[in-house]
Design a binder for this molecule. Structure first.
Ligand SMILES: [Cu+2]
Length: 597
């Protein structure tokens, strides 16, 4: 009896799946791909302009190029689902089942970077049949997710990790920014392989905000000031990330302050680096309330998450604990979870399906103090807990996912900060390493733009170093090339090798697949007292567990004790944690300007 019903259910789902398959195929309207797969094979390796006008997305195979085979189907999977290659290598997908596609983008959102059968019409997509062969050569390092447009929801997803392609190895000085600058947001834009520094200002004087994005081209090893103009001057400490809308990736930016002006903006805009156009997004951040700067920010599943923030008005300036989620084109949701403690400027990144933080600024009565608070947040289950504390207090910087580890990049303002230390957190073991596998960078700084391609390169520039704005740029490359000349003191003569030379060896570092199952870090459920042994490191078990709902009353010790005694006094109240923020009652303008955010 039980067997029968199981079989029945199986057949039922099969029927559903095939229905979906045929419906999608009916919409796709590309018969040619199905009937003449061999033709596609002949066409595919040629460089093609995609709808973004990107001619070099499908790179020219290098002399040492290797072909990696992936089978599409016959089940609802790619085999293997993860391939690790070097820049210049080619992936060759062969269909052993029908009605599938290879479509770039995080599941299940096409981003038009590449797709079967010929890198065009990635959105809404084209399905191909058994015997089809599609090849794509990867000319830039990075982590490239893809999926089958028809069966993504069934888990038909894959990843291509591309490493190498840069030199020299380690940290080296890059060209200086077009201006000294602080409070810019760093964004790597995978579709063109460039690094962007968004917003920010040249000094702490009125009117010093930047008006155009800065673009760093790793190939030319040069900065460019773009033509697009920001919609306003509230561009300090924006939360920015790459999200796709209708198949096209953009840099979305949220919120921001203007120096010497009280309050913040809640507006959202997006920047298309390919067309160099900034456009408005009619969905202001509800958590901004015209006075909150976004805290930590990161992207997961084509959604931008904002963790905590800096309420620049209330109480003379204080941290916030809310978590917000933005989904293109215009949807904001406040998550039921809150941070165990209010924090601003939180180093935050996504590894697999979890969001990690390390450090962040306690803000009390306008005074910022670096902390060691370290959390893991599950945006799907809406649970949040602590992880082993970062080995030093920091804030006013970013965390990056580099080969499945969280790197916390220097930062901090409480002596001896700012720092140039790079702390690396490994989720699988719930442990931290200092300046390994990525060494400390040259110039200690805080509040600077930084980002990574995820596998091979890291960029950073500007920031307070330690108190005055700098224009120095540093870049990190793993593998290839000779060991770098120690960077730091990036004076005018900076420009080192104009890249180009690449040794395709690219020491495969670490485990490039950032799939992280909760394992040791345990986002456990509703237990209340979150006691964590202060020394912690070793045992992965005892990780504490402030649950989403409980944390509302979390008491916070404002001392920046390195052990981050969070004590989320989790009195599990029945009410979900979304205590609506008190309406911004008109409050007297402070006679003295609040701390400059
Ligand atoms: Cu499929």
């Amino acid at each position: 009896m039980k067997k029968l019903s199981t079989a029945g259910r199986f057949i039922f789902w099969l029927a559903i799946i095939f229905t979906i398959t045929f419906l999608v195929r009916a919409e796709s309207g590309d018969r040619r791909a199905s009937t003449h797969p061999q033709k596609e094979l002949a066409v595919a390796p040629i460089t093609i302009f995609d709808e973004n006008g990107q001619p070099d997305v499908n790179g020219v195979p290098s002399a040492t190029s290797t072909i990696f085979d992936v089978t599409v189907g016959p089940d609802f999977a790619f085999h293997p689902s993860t391939v690790n290659i070097s820049v210049g290598d080619t992936v060759r997908w062969t269909w052993s089942g029908s009605g599938h596609s290879v479509t770039s983008g995080q599941p299940c959102v096409p981003d038009s970077q590449y797709c079967s059968p010929n890198d065009t019409n990635c959105f809404p997509g084209t399905l191909s049949n058994i015997g089809t062969v599609y090849t794509h050569t990867f000319s830039r390092s990075g982590t490239y997710s893809y999926h089958c447009i028809s069966h993504c929801l069934l888990g038909m997803t894959g990843v291509v990790n591309v490493s190498g392609g840069c030199a020299p190895s380690g940290w080296s000085a890059g060209p200086v920014l077009p201006s000294v600058g602080v409070r810019l947001a760093g964004v790597y834009f995978q579709a063109n392989g460039k690094f962007y520094a968004m917003g920010g200002r040249a000094s702490d004087s009125a009117g010093s905000e930047f008006t155009h994005p800065f673009e760093y081209d790793p190939v030319a090893n040069a900065w460019t000031t773009k033509s697009a103009t920001y919609p306003d001057a509230h561009v300090n400490n924006m939360a920015c990330g790459v999200l796709a809308d209708a198949g096209t990736p953009y840099i979305y930016c949220v919120g921001g302050s203007q120096v010497t002006v009280v309050g913040t903006f809640d507006r959202v805009f997006r920047y298309d680096p390919v067309t160099d156009v900034i456009s408005a997004v009619a969905a202001p951040w509800p958590g901004g309330l015209s006075m909150v700067l976004p805290g930590g920010f990161t992207v997961f599943n084509n959604k931008l998450y904002i963790l905590g923030g800096f309420d620049t008005v209330t109480g003379g300036g204080q941290g916030t604990n809310q978590i917000w989620e933005f989904t293109p084109p215009t949807t904001w949701v406040q998550k039921p979870s809150v941070l165990p403690v209010p924090l601003g400027y939180i180093p935050t990144t996504t590894i697999g399906s979890l969001i990690y933080t390390g450090g962040g600024s306690d803000i009390t009565a306008g005074v910022l103090t670096d902390t060691t608070n370290s959390f893991v947040y599950n945006p799907v289950a809406n649970t949040i807990g602590t992880i082993a504390a970062i080995p030093r207090a920091t804030g006013e910087t970013r965390a990056l996912n580099f080969n499945g580890k969280m790197l916390v990049m220097g930062g901090g303002r409480t002596a001896p900060n700012p720092s140039n230390e790079v702390d690396a957190y490994t989720p699988g073991t719930n442990t931290w390493a200092v300046n390994s596998p990525v060494a400390a960078f040259g110039t200690a700084r805080r509040n600077f733009p930084t980002d990574t391609d995820g596998t091979t390169r890291i960029w950073l520039a500007g920031g307070y170093a330690p108190t005055s704005p700098t224009d120095s740029t540093e870049r990190f490359c793993v593998g290839g090339g000779p060991t770098p000349t120690p960077t730091s003191t990036a004076t005018a003569t900076a420009t080192a090798t104009p890249t180009a030379t690449r040794t395709p060896t690219a020491t495969p570092t670490a485990s490039p697949t950032p799939t992280v199952t909760a394992s040791s870090t345990a986002i456990a459920t509703a237990t209340s007292t979150a006691t964590r042994t202060p020394t912690a490191t070793a045992t992965s078990t005892a990780v504490s567990t402030a649950t989403a709902t409980a944390a509302a009353t979390a008491t916070r010790t404002p001392t920046a004790t390195p052990t981050a005694t969070t004590t989320p006094a989790a009195t599990p109240t029945g009410t979900p944690g979304i205590t609506p923020r008190p309406a911004p009652t008109p409050r007297p303008r402070p006679t003295t300007p609040p701390p400059r955010p």
